[in-house]
Design a protein around this ligand. Structure first.
Ligand code: ATP
Ligand code: LTN
Length: 327
C-alpha cells in the first residue's frame, strides 16, 4: 500500500514563489509515489477576517494554481476543506484533549496575535493548529509536505494523535513533517529577515505566481540588497543570499555557479538576470493557469470531496465509537 500525504494552503492573499518552492513544487513530485490529498483550507482562512466575495474567488483561484503547478486530479485528490464537514467535527473533539498552554506557545499564533491587540484576537486563530491536526489525522496521513514554518504545527498534530491513541486506544496514524531543501524559507523582498508572506502589508514583499512580467521586473528591481555590491552568499548578507536562493531554485543552478558567474559584477546585472529567470519559470505555469475555467475547477473540487469524504466519515465514526458517543 502506498503511503499517504496530505497538505493544504489557505485561500487568502496571493500565492507566491515562497509557497511554490516551499510546498507545492514538492507536492507535484510526491504525487507520483504517494497516495496524495491536497486541500484548499478555507476554514483556516477565516481565522482572520475575509471578504466573502474575495474568499470565493480565491478558493477557486488557489485550486487553479494547484492544477497549473502540476497537481494532477487523476493522481491526487484535491478538494475544499469546508466541503467535508468531518474536519470541523474532529477539530472540536481534538479541542477537548488540547491544552490552552500548548496553543499559546505556537510561533504562528504569537506572530499573528502579536500584530493585533491581544484583546481582539479571535479564538479561531488560537485554535488553528487543532483544525490542522484534524485535517491531517482524519486521513491516516503518513507525511505532511510543508514549508519549515509549519513544522511546529505538525509537531502538535503528533502530540494530539498520540494523546488520543493513549487515552482511547490506537486510532490515528502519527504523521511526520516532510520539509525539503526548498522548504528553507524564502524571505521577503522588502525585508529579508521576515519570510515571504501573502499577508504582507506591501505587495513588494512577494512575487505572486500570477504577477505580470512587468510587475515581476519592478519588484525585483525594488528588492532590498545588502551594503556593498558583491554577489556573495553569507549569513551576514541576508538580502542577497535570499535573492541567490531564488535564482538557484527557479533557475536550477548551484549557488557556487551563481557566485562564480557574477564575480566582479554588480547588483544590476544580477537582478536583471534574476528577473529573466523568474519570468521564464512562471511563464508555462501562467499559460496553464489562464486556460482553466472556474467551472472546470469547481467540478474537479466537487469530485475530490466525493472521493475523500468516505475516508473522513469512516475515521470519524471510529473516533465517536471510541469516545462513547451513541451511534
Ligand atoms: P500567511 O503569511 O498569510 O500566513 P503564507 O504565505 O505563509 O501565508 P501559507 O498558506 O501559510 O502561506 O503557507 C502555504 C505553504 O507554503 C506552507 O506549506 C508553508 O510552509 C509554505 N510557505 C509559506 N511561506 C513560505 C516561504 N516564505 N518560504 C517557504 N515556504 C513557505
Ligand atoms: N497551516 C498550513 C495550512 C494547512 C495545512 C493543513 C498544511 C492547513 N491544514 C494540513 C498541511 C496539512 C499553512 O501552510 N499555513
Amino acid at each position: 500500500m502506498k503511503k499517504r500525504i496530505f497538505s493544504g494552503v489557505q485561500p487568502s492573499g496571493n500565492l507566491h514563489i515562497g509557497n511554490y518552492l516551499g510546498a507545492i513544487k514538492n507536492w507535484v513530485e510526491l504525487q507520483e509515489q504517494y497516495d496524495s490529498i491536497f486541500c484548499v483550507v478555507d476554514l483556516h482562512a477565516i481565522t482572520v477576517p475575509q471578504d466573502p466575495k474575495v474568499l470565493r474567488q480565491k478558493t477557486i483561484e488557489l485550486a487553479k494554481l494547484y492544477l497549473a503547478a502540476g497537481i494532477d486530479p487523476q493522481k491526487s485528490k484535491i478538494f475544499v476543506q469546508s466541503h467535508v464537514p468531518e474536519h470541523a467535527e474532529l477539530a472540536w473533539i481534538l479541542n477537548t484533549i488540547t491544552k490552552v498552554s500548548e496553543l499559546e506557545r505556537m510561533t504562528q499564533f504569537k506572530d499573528k496575535a502579536g500584530k493585533q491587540n491581544r484583546e481582539g484576537v479571535g479564538m479561531g486563530l488560537m485554535d488553528y493548529p487543532v483544525l490542522m491536526a484534524a485535517d491531517i489525522i482524519l486521513y491516516d496521513t503518513n507525511l505532511v509536505p510543508v514549508g519549515e514554518d509549519q513544522t511546529q504545527h505538525v509537531e502538535i498534530t503528533r502530540t494530539l494523535a498520540e494523546r488520543f491513541n493513549q487515552k482511547f486506544g490506537e486510532t490515528f496514524v502519527v504523521p511526520e513533517a516532510f520539509v525539503t531543501r526548498e522548504g528553507k524559507r524564502i524571505m521577503g523582498l522588502d525585508d529579508p529577515t521576515k519570510k515571504m508572506s501573502k499577508s504582507a502589508d506591501s505587495e513588494y514583499s512577494y512575487i505572486a505566481l500570477t504577477d505580470s512580467e512587468e510587475l515581476i521586473r519592478k519588484k525585483i528591481k525594488k528588492a532590498v540588497t545588502d551594503s556593498g555590491s558583491e554577489i556573495t552568499y553569507s549569513e551576514d548578507r541576508p538580502a542577497i543570499r535570499n535573492l541567490m536562493n531564488i535564482y538557484s531554485l527557479l533557475g536550477d543552478q548551484s549557488i557556487s555557479d551563481i557566485a562564480a558567474k557574477y564575480a566582479g559584477k554588480g547588483y544590476a546585472d544580477f537582478k536583471s538576470d534574476l528577473a529573466d529567470i523568474v519570468v521564464e519559470s512562471l511563464r508555462p505555469f501562467q499559460e496553464r493557469f489562464n486556460k482553466l475555467s472556474d467551472e472546470q475547477v469547481l467540478e474537479i473540487l466537487k469530485d475530490g470531496a466525493k472521493r475523500v469524504r468516505p475516508l473522513a466519515a469512516q475515521k470519524l465514526s471510529e473516533v465517536k465509537q471510541k469516545l462513547g458517543f451513541v451511534v
